[in-house]
Design a protein around this ligand. Structure first.
Ligand code: SF4
Length: 425
C-alpha cells in the first residue's frame, strides 16, 4: 500500500502527520491510501478539510480516502467522500485500524493513548524537526473547540522525549521545535509533575541541537524558565506568547488564565533577561464585547513590547463554543478595520525589531531556496535571506544581518564575506 498524508492545521498536526506517514509506510498490500489530517480551529478549517477530502476522492477514485484528527467528529467528511473517519482518540492507532479495515474486520475503540506510544524517527521533510511533548488542554477558552477534541491532558516523560530528540538529531536535524496543544500544562499528568523547564533541561542533554518552543501561554512562562533561556544559548530566544487581548474584561470573557499586566510583566522579563530575545504574539480582534477602548489597550500593550511577529485572527463564532452565545458582537466591518490597523502596526514593530539586530551576527538555520536566495530563520526567529552562495540545507550557519528587505533581512555568511557592501544579490 502506498500511503500519502495530507495535513492541515498546527504544528502538533504536522508532527502527527509525520507519525502517520512513518507508521503507514509498512502497510502491506496494493493500492493507495490518502489520509487527510483535518483541523477544526475555525469553520474555514472545517471547510478546507472537507474540500481536500472531496478533491482527493475525485483525483484518486480507486484510492481509500481516510479523514483523521480534530475535525473528524462530524458527518460532513463522510459526505465529502471519506471512506473512513477516525478521530484524535484513535489516530495513533491508524495503521492497526487500517489493517483491520482492509481485511474487512471491525476495530475496537480503546482509551486515549499515552504519548509514549507516539514517537517519530525522522527525518522530517523540512529542515526543522518537531517534537510533540503534550496533548490536551483543560483551559477551556470560550472561543476554542480544540480542547473539546483533543482529549485529556497527556505529556511525554522527559527521558522519553530526550531519546526521541536524540533520534531526530541522529537523523540530521539541528533544530528541534517542542510542540504541544498547551505547553503551559506540560507535566501536570505525569508522576512528580516535571515542569517545562525540567523537560528542556533534559532535551539539552542532546548535544549539537538547538531547541525552539512553539506557542506558550503566559501562565507557562515562569521565572525558572526565563532563567534557563537566559543562560542557555542552545534555547532559541524567541517566545511566541499568545496575548489575544490587552483588555482584562475581554480576556476574562475569553476564559484566559492571565491579565494584561501579567502578560506584560512576563514578556518584559523575557525580553530584558534573555540575550537577543524577541517576542511573537497571537491577537484575536472583534471578540464579543471588544469596544474601541479595549482594542486600544491591546495596541498600547503591544506597542510597549514591540513584538517581532503578531498573528492576527478575526473572531468568528464557532458553533458549540460558549463564546458563540455571547452578546456584544462586533460588526464585521469594524473587526476588519481593527485587523488592518493592527497589521500595519505589526509591520512597523517587526521592522523596528529587525533594525535592532542589523550588523549583528546570528545563527541561521538554512531552510529552503527561493531562486538564488537561501532562506531561513535565526535563533530569535528573524527571517533572513542569503544570496549568491551554496549552503547546506538543514545546517546552522553564522550570518551577519545587513539590510532590511520587505519580509526578511538580507544576510551574509560571516566566514565568507564580512562586508555587507559586497553582498552579491
Ligand atoms: S489542535 Fe487546533 S489548530 Fe491543531 S489541528 Fe487541531 S483544531 Fe487545528
Amino acid at each position: 500500500m502506498r500511503a500519502f498524508v495530507h495535513s492541515l492545521g498546527c504544528r502538533v498536526n504536522q508532527y502527527e502527520a509525520q507519525f502517520l506517514a512513518e507508521s503507514l509506510a509498512t502497510l502491506p498490500g496494493e493500492g493507495e491510501i490518502h489520509v487527510v489530517n483535518t483541523c477544526t480551529v475555525t469553520t474555514l478549517a472545517d471547510r478546507k478539510s472537507r474540500k481536500l477530502v472531496a478533491q482527493l476522492k475525485r483525483a484518486h477514485p480507486g484510492a481509500l480516502v481516510v479523514a483523521v484528527g480534530c475535525g473528524a467528529d462530524g458527518t460532513g467528511l463522510r459526505r465529502a467522500g471519506a471512506d473512513l473517519v477516525v478521530g484524535n482518540k484513535h489516530k495513533t492507532r491508524l495503521a492497526a485500524i487500517l489493517s483491520a479495515y482492509l481485511r474487512g474486520q471491525s476495530w475496537e475503540e480503546g482509551e486515549w493513548p499515552k504519548l509514549t506510544e507516539e514517537q517519530v524517527q525522522g527525518p522530517f521533510p523540512r529542515a526543522r524537526a518537531l517534537l510533540k511533548v503534550q496533548d490536551g488542554c483543560t483551559q477551556a477558552c470560550t472561543f476554542c473547540r480544540t480542547w473539546q477534541v483533543r482529549g485529556p491532558l497527556r505529556s511525554k516523560p522527559p527521558k522519553v522525549a530526550r531519546q526521541e530528540a536524540q533520534r531526530l538529531a541522529s537523523a540530521g536535524h539541528q533544530e528541534i521545535v517542542v510542540t504541544g496543544i498547551n505547553l503551559a500544562q506540560y507535566g501536570l499528568d505525569l508522576p512528580d509533575t516535571p515542569s517545562l523547564t525540567d523537560l528542556l533541561r533534559e532535551l539539552l542533554q542532546v548535544p549539537k541541537i538547538r531547541i525552539r518552543l512553539t506557542s506558550l501561554n503566559p501562565e507557562g512562562v515562569t521565572s525558572e524558565l526565563i532563567a534557563l533561556f537566559a543562560r542557555e544559548p542552545r534555547l532559541c530566544p524567541y517566545l511566541h506568547m499568545p496575548l489575544q487581548s490587552g483588555d482584562d474584561r475581554v480576556l476574562s470573557a475569553m476564559g484566559r488564565a492571565y491579565t494584561a499586566a501579567e502578560y506584560k510583566e512576563k514578556a518584559r522579563a523575557f525580553l530584558e533577561q534573555v540575550p537577543k530575545a524577541t517576542l511573537g504574539a497571537d491577537v484575536m480582534v472583534g471578540f464579543p464585547g471588544e469596544d474601541e477602548r479595549a482594542f486600544a489597550r491591546t495596541v498600547e500593550l503591544l506597542a510597549e513590547l514591540v513584538p517581532l511577529n503578531v498573528h492576527i485572527f478575526r473572531y468568528s463564532p464557532r458553533p458549540g463554543t460558549p463564546a458563540a452565545r455571547l452578546a456584544g458582537r462586533v460588526a464585521a466591518k469594524e473587526a476588519a478595520q481593527r485587523s488592518a490597523t493592527l497589521a500595519a502596526l505589526a509591520q512597523k514593530w517587526a521592522q523596528e525589531t529587525k533594525t535592532r539586530f542589523l550588523g549583528q551576527v546570528l545563527e541561521l538555520l538554512v531552510e529552503e531556496k527561493e531562486g538564488r536566495v537561501w532562506v531561513g530563520h535565526t535563533e530569535n526567529y528573524i527571517m533572513v535571506g542569503v544570496a549568491g552562495v551554496e549552503l547546506p540545507r538543514g545546517t546552522i550557519v553564522p550570518v551577519r544581518l545587513c539590510a532590511l528587505e520587505e519580509d526578511r533581512v538580507k544576510g551574509v555568511v560571516v566566514d565568507r564575506s564580512e562586508n555587507c557592501g559586497d553582498h552579491p544579490s
